[in-house]
Design a protein around this ligand. Sequence first.
Ligand SMILES: [Zn+2]
Ligand SMILES: [Zn+2]
Ligand SMILES: [Zn+2]
Ligand SMILES: [Zn+2]
Ligand SMILES: [Zn+2]
Ligand SMILES: [Zn+2]
Ligand SMILES: [Zn+2]
Length: 1752
Amino acid sequence: MAAAESDREVPSALCTEFLNFSVKDTASKWLQVTDLYKEVYHHLARYVPKIYCLGPNLNPQSEDLLAQMLLQAPLEWYLCGEDPSTGLAKLEQNNQPSQLCGHVFKVGEPTYSCRECAADPTCVLCMQCFLGSVHKEHRYRMTTSGGGGFCDCGDTEAWKKGPYCQKHEPNISDSCQEDPLAHLSTDMIARCYNVFSVVLKYAVDMLTWDKEDELPLGLEPPDRSDTYYCMLFNDEVHTYEQVIYTLQKAVNCTQKEAVSFATTVDRDGRKSVRFGDFAFCELAKSVIVRNTSRQSKPLRVQVMHSSVVAHQCFALKALHWLGHVIGYSDALRRILCQVGLERGPEGENSSLVDTLMLCDSKMWKGARNVYHQLFMSSLLMDLKYKKLFAIQFAKNYERLQSDYVKDDHDREFSVTDLSVQMFTVPSLARMLITEENLMTTIIRTFVDHLRHRDLQGRFQFERYTAQQAFKFRRVQSLIGDLKYVLISRPTEWSDQLREKFLEGLDTFLELLKCMQGMDPVVRQVGQHIEMEPEWEAAFTLQMKLTHIISMIQEWCATDERVLIEAYKKCLTALTHCHSGFADGEQPITLSMCGHSVDTIRYCVSQEKVSIHLPVSRLLAGLHVLLSKMEVAYRFPEQLPLSELSPPMLIEHPLRCLVLCAQVHAGMWRRNGFSLVNQIYYYHNVKCRVEMFDKDLIMLQAGASMMDPNHFLIIVLSRFELYHIFSSADCRKRYNRENANKDVVQQNNTLTEEMLHLIMMVVGERFEAGIGQVEGCDEIKREILHQLCIRPMAHSELVKALPENENKETGMERVIDCVASFKKPGVTGRGLYELRPECAKQFNLYFHHYSRADQSKAEEAQRKLKRQNGEDTALPPPVLPPFCPLFASLVNILQCDVLLGMLGAVLQWAVEPSAGHWSESMLQRVLHLIGMALLEEQQQLENSSEDNDVYFNFTLKMSRPGEAPSNTASVLALLENLQNAPHLEVHEGMIRWLLKTVAGIKTMRERSASTSTVTTSGSRGQEETACDKDKAERKRKAEMARLRREKVMAQMSEMQRHFINENKELFQQSLEELDASTSTSLEHSPASSDAALACVGPRRSRPREKRQVVTCILCQEEQEIRADGKAMVLAAFVQRSTVMSKNRTRPPHDPKRYDPLFMHPDLSFGTHTGSCGHIMHSHCWQRYFEAVQAKEQRRQQRLRVHTSYDVGNGEFLCPLCECLSNTVIPLLPRTMGSSSCEQPGLGQWLKTSGQQIKAMHSAHRKLQPVSTVEETVEEECPVPEVFTVDYIPTNPYSSTIKEMLATFGTATYKVGLKVHPNEQDPRIPIMCWSSCAYTIQSIERLLVDEKKPLFGSLPCRQDDCLSSLARFGSACWTAACQPTVQGHFIRLLAALIPDPQVEASPCILDVDMLHLLVSVVLSYGSVHSQDSSGLSVDAVQLHLFHLITVAHMVQILLTSGPEEVTMEQESGEAERGEEEGACRLYNTLRTHVGSSLPEVGSGWHLWRCVKTGILPYLRGAALFFHHLHGVPAPPELHALCPGQWEVLCGYLSLPSNLLQLFHGQQELLEPLLHGWCTHPGIQQTLQGGGVLVSFPRESNSLIDLPDDYSALINQASSFTCPKSGGDKSRAPTLCLVCGSMLCSQSYCCQTELEGEDVGACTAHTFACGAGVGIFLRVRESQVLFLAGKTKGCFYAPPYLDDYGETDQGLRRGNPLHLCHERYRKIQKLWRQHSITEEIGHAQEANQTLVGIDWQHL
Ligand SMILES: [Zn+2]
Ligand SMILES: [Zn+2]
Ligand SMILES: [Zn+2]
Ligand SMILES: [Zn+2]
Ligand SMILES: [Zn+2]
Ligand SMILES: [Zn+2]
Ligand SMILES: [Zn+2]
């Protein structure tokens, strides 16, 4: 029904009323009145319903025109007090625009942010400002805008540096912030104020109006007509398809209309779907509601009175108008802001702006967009009112957010999305915190929305309903707001800010308290858990808060007072969470190694434990700050240090770490994946900073305040290992203990984990505040340890490093200190490699390594050391000293309990009993000993004389173990282990330890005796001769081992390439047997003496040899013989436009198209390629049948698709999996009979003329009318030796004949896109054409790749060309002979006029190489009936010469005017050619006349001929070479000068080609005359057709800009060509022709062969004959398409500075064109490998097969 009423007539009565309307009078009247409101409302009430909404379609053009005339014009007049055209111009002139750019971004437009200068990542520049700014020289990030938001150029708060671009740089003259109103007269201000008040009020009234059938007071229409709209509103619940389906039912429209409705609803938020009386609309409404209410809440539909809709339409128009008018002057903008924010009659929060905001969630999308836009261009652009607006926004914050949470529109359509524009301005954020308590408000609003709590008041996300989950997702945007507010740290604090921040912190701690201990887990024993518990919500919350928590710590770090208060508050909160150990935990006393400690009885493996401890972790963070800022030392009295209970501090973090250890040990298997996932995220780079890292810090903090022995006993107890290490004879434990293998295994892992934990507690000192390090040392160390695993790309490193709230890792500052960059090649990406000098800082037990990382790093580092010939031990690195607050931690290394544990493990290692001990355990113990020794060594080295070193591990380790057992000392055990055969791997490490011990002893002795001696030279001296010898032997053994490894690696490499090797083998066997194929020519200079010629009677005849090949399927050898079993090559035939010079030629009608002549524009061709793999035809048939059968089964069973289409004859080569769709039979070379005297041109022309006549009459007789008569026609004396009815015997075996038909049919089917038909006369033509096209494309490729004509092609292409040429010369035997003869006759008639052939093409419309190939290959059918001894070679040469002359004529005709170049001085030899060219050209001019310009320069003409004809000659050489197998002269195997002469010689041509003509001028003149008088010549030369000039340049892919953002910008202004100016969602660029397309979208689908396809697929059929190469601009991704079902994505040719692509544009690094990669894509295209590439990609990645490529 929508289509029925399109353009309505404006009723004539209205017309006159409108004509009589005077803008000026109306405005003047308004200027008189006192109550403008009433007057304007009256006016609107009268006119609006007459202009808008008179028909079913809203918003036709005419409405806006009338509205401008009748409604806006008087307002403008009133505003200016004069004709607005002058008034507004004056305003604009006087305006002094602000420095803000304020450009509002379109969807998809590129935006730029400076990573060095932007205050935060939301500060962006538009492209124009960016290009004029200093930041383009900085490290910047480029992204595409999601729409909305504006350019921050000119905002001094947004940029640390360079806030202005060149354009927005302020003038120094107008420096002061003048009041913009100063320039306006008071009258003007008053008028402006009045009119804005009325209009804005009107708009607000209408947009917030919720009655469907009434209008606000004063707007009731004078005469009411009763028409209604059925208005459908958008929601985000129902899908496009649902809406379309429902609409078709409800309003009975077509699918197309329904799609258009749905699109509009989605875009504008509402759309009328029916217009008429109330009942009519109500009916549609009920159908829609009924149809959509089943699964979810129904679609929103309202039946609205047309006058209401009319006023709403104009209200939107009015807002647009306001936005437009304030654009003239900053003063007007300020007045509008004032009007908008003026408090209304209802008091607080009742301004018009407030009203709009508070109704936001009730409005439809279109209305919201319009008023948000107005806010952006008014309130947010005026610095004074931005602040006032921000205050109102903050006041309404809670309401707005609550509305948003319930609203179902995305955030980009919500007014809450404006928060980013205000909260990220540091001064505003600070003001809102202090004055509006914004921080508290945000957090409180957030907490209020998360109501689900458990009994302890903690969040509970279990059994979350979908609706709650939705709400949870929505409230997360509040965290985003909080982040904006906190993103810039204050540089100075006021008392008020302190107060409000701490108040906010209180609220925040309330939030964290609800998280502390949430989602607790209990170890499942016996049964596996039944249902995986919900864990993701809690982790989402944690992840979202991570940056907030970090930022709060950073805020605290900027003010000592705040830090102290925050620390106290946090401690109180923590105490509140864990008030003592009240949970019924029993106190116990544990003792060990002479120390005892009071603690509680608690087992992680039995009781509740939670991974969420944000309060503890925040406290840990603040504790480090106390140390870092030295508050702890300067104001200890202000800190609640006495309240700290270290055991309480460490308890929960320790439990959490033990939980991880137990999970590793496999004790929690029955708790399912949810726990594994939680542990994973706990350590993951996204969370660890505020989870794992802080737990470790808390242990460090706690331990630093405890007796190290006590700390270790508690650790042992929590690890549930206390009983093992505490028993007096623990060193022998396993002899007695029952041998439950699982338990033993668990305890082993737990011991390893515990030892690791101790290492981390003592060793992790790279956070400023814990160790004495610089800020960047930590990140350096992270990078170093990542690179110790392997070299990494920039993006991999970024992923492995934690990002801060600005998405920065800080990597760029330090990366060059630790790594060197290696550029990428044509594939792969750039890599960072660790600098060798950094390897010594490697710590095998780096706390952020996963176990997998650790073993990879260990392997890599050992390998490196071996390569450098070093000892492969990996001792711990030297560590920085602790800060004073943590200094006591080192004592853990020398405390009794630790030594007891070390001794125990060493003892177990001495006497290993099966399974009760592990090597990793020992490795860790050795590492710990190493750490202790290094600590001692460091302290000794750094101590001054008077400062004694208390740390004395060497002393402790020499003491025997504890009484009563009196066991060996740690040192003794080490010495004992040194030579233990079962510990060979650790030998290096133990040796290193003992050496260090000795070194330290020397140091101590020296400092004891002579305290002045320095201590460095102590190492290495005691290496005895014996040691050296041993080391030497070991190194040799090592070298031998390396060699062995290398050989093994080579072997496995060889095996992997077995198939490829095999391929080579096959080729080699071919070469050996057939010395004359092109591939072996380089090695056979034997034939080089005689001049080689590939065509003509004098052509060289290679000695015949047996040609034997091997079938890849059955591995049997087979000789190639005409009467033998057929051998075939796997081949792929495809249509191609790669060489097209005319992409506008419409596709042919496949049924009627006559392909005999190829036009020189080569607009469509058929390309044949092959992987070169040879099979028996019967083997291949069996294989193909098997593939077909398998495919049928597969489709039935799984409905999966394959990368190839069996139904279309496609298969994968059984050896190399290359996509193929047919096979070419291999044929033996044709034998030429070397005969005696051969006729000259004249003689031959005569003979062939007679033969043709004879054939004509013979063919005529074949016509159905007279079949009986056998008499030869009178006037035609046929040479006796030519028997027209002679049917030659077919030389080929039946299998070869079958294969001839197979390949012929396949080429015909693919080339013409028709159904196979073995009888079609066009089959041989298509085969010849494909042969010619393939030769031409290979010839071009060789030129483009700068390769010589012969010898550089891969074997597979040589084989393919040979078989194509030989197939071509044989294919007539499979076709009907008269048909082929008919082709020959028609082909020849294009050169030699034949009155019996009609409609011969003009020579400008014939591609000469195609003609040559076809005519030579079709001649066989004629020759077979000749028994005169005329040799084929002679005929071929005549044909060749003739066509060459024709081509020269063609070139001269199209040569174009002389270029203005210096005439070259040419040598004597060239003179002849130039003269000849001139003469031929002048002859042509006499025939053609004035359409050929006069050219005086022979030099120019000869150059045209020579360059123009070269591709043809090279193509001809390739053709004859492959047809006859004549080796090419060695000069053509290289790119040396003098090619021309050699080439001509090889082709039996004189090097002065003009002699071909002048030598036979009498014979050729008549032909020339015939060519030139063809009517087509004049027509084409005068511009009537496509004129192709020679040589044809190779086609290239389009030029791409160097900077990727230029493309993004180009795409952002691209609009969908079908839906009138809408932005295209997936703009996609065709790299072949440069068209931009609207891909992957309903709007641009078209029908192709009965199916709906996307714009790209449709385009490929027109532009690339089914094959397409595109760049998806938004995704930065290359798309290959082939046909409707095949496609793949390919790496784009754009790289960032780190040598990486950015598919999906996620990282935002600037991207630049990589020419090599683009050339690679171009090469794939030029060599017709796109389809093959897709096939390989799909085979490698099955998910690509399932994509609906045709919808792109
Ligand atoms: Zn800008
Ligand atoms: Zn700018
Ligand atoms: Zn910058
Ligand atoms: Zn076989
Ligand atoms: Zn193959
Ligand atoms: Zn479109
Ligand atoms: Zn294109």
